[in-house]
Write a new protein. Structure first.
Length: 122
């Protein structure tokens, strides 16, 4: 889905990731509903909140960089949890590849945002 006018591309990609992952999370074993699934959901919504917060920081580049680094850590955590879900066979190879591809794309967008913000700070 193309981003709406005025929306960050990383925000729209992240919303798309949440929609994609929700279908998969519903299929996890019951034993993981309050463990891995809860951690993934919490991390995804934390990351979405940080995207919105970082976008609202206008005059304090250090604060924006801090938020973007926090967001990067959340994305890295999600990559690890998705890899563990695949290793435990909670998701198929194709689901793992797609989920990882989406996280990698978000990571690249985030890296560009960080570089752009650091460049303004010099």
């Amino acid at each position: 889905m193309p981003p709406k006018q005025g929306q960050l591309l990383v925000y729209q990609k992240y919303v798309d990731l949440i929609n994609y992952s929700y279908n998969l999370l519903q299929k996890f074993p019951k034993a993981e509903k309050y463990a891995m699934v809860a951690h993934l959901k919490d991390s995804m919504f934390t990351a979405l909140k940080v995207i919105l917060q970082a976008n609202k920081v206008y005059n304090n580049q250090a604060s924006r960089i801090e938020r973007l680094n926090s967001l990067d850590a959340e994305v890295q955590l999600q990559k690890v949890l998705v890899r563990l879900a695949h290793q435990n066979r909670y998701i198929s190879n194709s689901n793992y590849m797609e989920w990882s591809r989406r996280l990698d794309e978000i990571g690249r967008l985030l890296g560009g945002w960080i570089r752009q913000t650091v460049g303004k700070n010099i």
